[in-house]
Design a protein around this ligand. Structure first.
Ligand SMILES: Cc1cc2nc3c(=O)[nH]c(=O)nc-3n(C[C@H](O)[C@H](O)[C@H](O)COP(=O)(O)OP(=O)(O)OC[C@H]3O[C@@H](n4cnc5c(N)ncnc54)[C@H](O)[C@@H]3O)c2cc1C
Length: 342
């Protein structure tokens, strides 16, 4: 008998999981309280293979990246709009130390095809300040999260399978008899879900700006120093982000605005207008791995969360993994299983 599953939360995690299960033949429904602020609605959707101060290759990149590219490109075809952008990253290196560390990476065989040395800032030359050195990151991309989420919402609402509802401990019993499973993809709000206690959350708030650069140049690469500048089309660029682990609210903050503008001043040689300033919270577990599995209180109720700052890269692969677990009974990988928290 075909399964009937309700997904709660329609950020990138809920959207991708719902579509993956639908494609596997499951009768899918999605509920989202649309008034809540989602991380997916403000994220740049960047996939960056080499991150951090030490330029380390992302966990599982060689496995997750081709999977993600194939998944998003298929949605792009179905939605008939561009969703995946193959944008390289121009890395500004601000000191001899940074350049030295970068060159060490470029020389390593396992970084071949990912990192290069450049003589200048490429498309950004003249718009970016002169720097100590330049690198280029390949196999990076931008995924348009808003386009994915809009497509998925339209897909399910046009089939009368989208509920604009807040599902809570108080009202879940209304829905449980109708579904074989209810899976929570609540992002940061999952930290308050009493069906899944004991998760060591380390969620991080982030601000981001949208800016309009004072140039007519059309750019197809991202610019990275401490923060990232990402082309959003029509002369608008996404700029961010900061990480705050201690925060009192999820509103855009003056400190966040100041930080991003100060960083922009070190990167850009060109003026800009501020178009928007927003903030949201990344759902992060302490070990920075996704959180997948079932509630101890009720094994019909699942969780798919913890995509952290890498939702674009991680979500398609782990959604397929969870789908295989639900449909074919494969074990959940121990690295992402909620059971790892005991
Ligand atoms: C500033 C910033 C920049 C980022 N940049 C990137 C980036 O470049 N690349 C990248 O890969 N990642 C990035 N991220 C991280 C990325 O946003 C997350 O990994 C991802 O969006 C998490 O998706 P999610 O679906 O788990 O959560 P969310 O996007 O937060 O979605 C959760 C959804 O659940 C709904 N919801 C919650 N509880 C309930 C409930 N009880 N009932 C009904 N609905 C509910 C909410 O309304 C919301 O729509 C960034 C994050 C931030 C904040």
């Amino acid at each position: 008998m075909p399964k009937k599953i309700l997904i709660v939360g329609q950020g990138i995690a809920g959207s991708v999981l719902a579509l993956t299960l639908h494609n596997a033949g499951v009768e899918m429904y999605i509920a989202d309280q649309l008034q809540l602020k989602s991380a997916s609605s403000i994220a740049a959707g960047v996939i960056n293979p080499v991150t951090g101060k030490r330029y380390v290759k992302s966990w599982g990149f060689d496995t997750f990246y081709p999977f993600a590219k194939d998944f998003y490109q298929k949605i792009s075809q179905a939605a008939q709009q561009p969703i995946w952008f193959d944008y390289p990253i121009v890395r500004l290196l601000g000191s001899a130390l940074e350049q030295n560390d970068w060159n060490l990476r470029v020389g390593r065989p396992d970084y071949e095809g990912f990192t290069d040395v450049a003589m200048h800032a490429g498309e950004w030359q003249g718009l970016a300040h002169p720097n100590y050195g330049f690198g280029v990151i390949h196999q990076s991309a931008r995924v348009d999260f808003s386009a994915v989420c809009s497509y998925v919402q339209l897909f399910f609402s046009s089939r009368n399978r989208f509920l604009d509802k807040h599902i809570t401990l108080e009202n879940i019993s209304t829905y449980l008899p109708d579904f074989e499973h209810i899976i929570f993809c609540e992002g940061y709000y999952g930290a308050q879900n009493e069906l899944f206690t004991g998760i060591p959350w380390l969620s991080a708030k982030g601000d981001r700006l949208l800016i309009r650069l004072h140039t007519d140049r059309v750019i197809h690469s991202m610019l990275k120093k401490q923060i990232m500048l990402v082309p959003y089309g029509a002369g608008v660029y996404w700029a961010g982000a900061n990480y705050y682990w201690d925060f009192e609210d999820t509103d855009p903050s003056q400190t966040g605005l100041d930080f991003i503008q100060e960083e922009l001043a070190t990167m850009l040689h060109v003026g800009y207008d501020l178009v928007d300033h927003s903030a949201a919270v990344r759902p992060v577990a302490k070990d920075r791995r996704p959180i997948i599995g079932w509630s101890k209180d009720n094994p019909k109720i699942g969780i798919f969360n913890g995509m952290g700052s890498k939702g674009a890269l991680l979500t398609p692969y782990w959604a397929a993994h969870f789908a295989q677990h639900i449909l074919d009974g494969i074990s959940i990988n121990k690295e992402v299983d909620i059971e790892r928290f005991g």
